[in-house]
Write a protein that binds this ligand. Sequence first.
Ligand SMILES: C[S@@+](CC[C@H](N)C(=O)[O-])C[C@H]1O[C@@H](n2cnc3c(N)ncnc32)[C@H](O)[C@@H]1O
Length: 275
Amino acid sequence: MSEIDFTEKLAEGFGAYNTKVGQWWVDQTRNEAHAAAYTNIANQVAKCAKKESGLIIDYGCGTGLLIKQLVGLLPAWDFLGIDGSKLMLREAEAWARATRKGRPAPIEFRRAQLPDFSVTKPKADIIVFTFPNIVAVPNERRQFETRFPKDRALAGLLAMKQEGEVEDVENLYDSLFMSRVVSRNLRLLLRKGGLCVRVDYSQAGRRDLKRFDQLSTKFEEGSLNAKQSHLQPQKFFSLLSSVYYPSAVILDVYEQTKDPDYLEGGYLVSVLKAL
Ligand SMILES: C[S@@+](CC[C@H](N)C(=O)[O-])C[C@H]1O[C@@H](n2cnc3c(N)ncnc32)[C@H](O)[C@@H]1O
C-alpha cells in the first residue's frame, strides 16, 4: 500500500507525475491487472481501426504501454503519445527506440500540458484516453472557465443538484467542468467521424450506475443533449458502445482515495464517435 499523500501531491499540479506519484504509477502499470487491461484495450482499439493505416493519438499516454501493444497489432498505423510528464515520456522512449527500427510508420511522443487548445493538428482517426487523471490547478482551470462559460454554468448546475448528497460540491464542480474541457480537447484532435476510445475506472456497467452518475458521465464525455433546467448542453460525441470489465485496476483508485468503496470494481471501455 502506497504511503503517498495523493491529495497533497496532486494539488501541486501535473508535475507530481515527475516525482513519487509518477514512480507509483510506473509500478502500477507493471502489475498483472494492468497488463491484462492493456491487452484487452489494445484489442478493442484494433477492432475500431478499420483502415489499412491512419493516426492514433494516446492522450495522457503515460509510459505508452497501450501504444506498445498497438504497434504490434497495427503495423502500418502512425502513433502519437501526448503527456506532460518527463518521467513518463523517458520510460516511453526507452521501449520505443528499439521498436521504431525497421518500422515504416512513426511512433512519436510529445510533451505538453493538457488540455491544450493551441494545437489543432494533426487530426487523428482514433484517440485513446485511458485511466485518466488530468491534473489542473485552480488558476489553470480559470482560463478554461472564461473560454467555456456554458460548460461552466452546466457543471455548476449539475453539481448543485447533488448538494446534500456529496460532501464537497466545489470538488464535484471542478471535476465535472475539467472532464468536460478535456473531452472538448479530445474532440478537437479528432477528425469528424473519428473515434474516441475512453477507459474509465468504474464500479459497474453504465446501466447499473446511479442516475446522477449516468448523467454526469454523459455530460463529461460530451454525449449529453438533454436540456438541464434552462440550459442546453452541446453534444459533440455520440456513444457507440460501452462495456464493463471487472478488474483489480480499481485498486489504483483505492490507493489514492483510501475509500473502501473502491476495493471492488473495474473499468469501462466506451467508444464514442466525433460529431
Ligand atoms: C493515471 S496516468 C494514465 C497514463 C496512461 N493513460 C495509462 O493508461 O497508462 C495519468 C497520466 O496523465 C498525465 N497528466 C496528468 N495531468 C496532466 C496534465 N495536466 N497535462 C499533461 N499530462 C498530464 C500524467 O503525467 C500521467 O502520465
